[in-house]
Design a protein around this ligand. Structure first.
Ligand SMILES: NC(=O)c1ccc[n+]([C@@H]2O[C@H](COP(=O)([O-])OP(=O)(O)OC[C@H]3O[C@@H](n4cnc5c(N)ncnc54)[C@H](OP(=O)(O)O)[C@@H]3O)[C@@H](O)[C@H]2O)c1
Length: 121
C-alpha cells in the first residue's frame, strides 16, 4: 500500500493520540502539530516526545498564526483534525475553517478528515 504523509492536528487528545499511533504503526510518515499554546504542559510535552521517539515529526504551529498552519500542511498529503477543547461548537468550527483555508492556500493536500462530535469511531 502506498504511504501517505499524514499530519495530525489535536494529536495529544484522546482520539488524536490513537490516530498518531495507528498512523505510525501503518508506516505512514506521521507529522504532529505542536501548538505553541501548550506551553509547558508536561503531559502534552511528554506525549509529543514519545511520538517523536516512535518516529513522528513534530511541527510547530498555532491556530493564531495562519502561515504556520500553511507551512505545516505543505509538508503532507493528508490532514486529520481531531481538535476539540473549545467550549462553543461554533467557535470550534471557525477554528477548523482556518485549517481548511491553510489547506486551500497550500494546495497540495489530497485528503482532509475532521472528527466531529457524534462521529462514529
Ligand atoms: N472521545 C470520543 O470518544 C469521541 C467520539 C466521537 C467523536 N469525537 C470527536 O473527536 C474530536 C476529538 O475528541 P477528543 O475526545 O479526542 O478531544 P480531546 O481529548 O479534548 O482532544 C482535543 C485536542 O484538541 C486540541 N485543542 C484543544 N484546545 C484547542 C484549541 N483552543 N485550539 C486548537 N486545538 C485545541 C488539543 O490537542 P493538541 O494540544 O495536541 O493540539 C486537544 O488534545 C472532537 O470533535 C469530538 O467531539 C470524540
Amino acid at each position: 500500500m502506498a504511504k501517505s504523509k499524514v499530519l495530525v492536528v489535536g494529536g495529544t487528545g484522546y482520539i488524536g493520540r490513537r490516530i498518531v499511533r495507528a498512523s505510525l504503526e501503518q508506516g505512514h510518515p506521521t507529522y504532529v502539530l505542536q501548538r505553541a499554546e501548550i506551553g509547558l504542559d508536561i503531559e502534552k510535552l511528554h506525549l509529543l516526545l514519545s511520538f517523536k521517539k516512535q518516529g513522528a515529526r513534530l511541527v510547530q504551529g498555532s491556530f493564531s498564526d495562519q502561515q504556520s498552519l500553511v507551512e505545516a500542511v505543505k509538508k503532507v498529503d493528508v490532514v486529520i483534525c481531531t481538535m476539540s477543547g473549545v467550549h462553543f461548537k461554533s467557535h470550534s468550527i471557525l477554528m477548523q475553517l482556518k485549517l481548511v483555508d491553510a489547506i486551500k492556500e497550500a494546495g497540495n493536500v489530497k485528503d482532509l478528515g475532521i472528527l466531529k462530535s457524534g462521529s462514529k469511531i
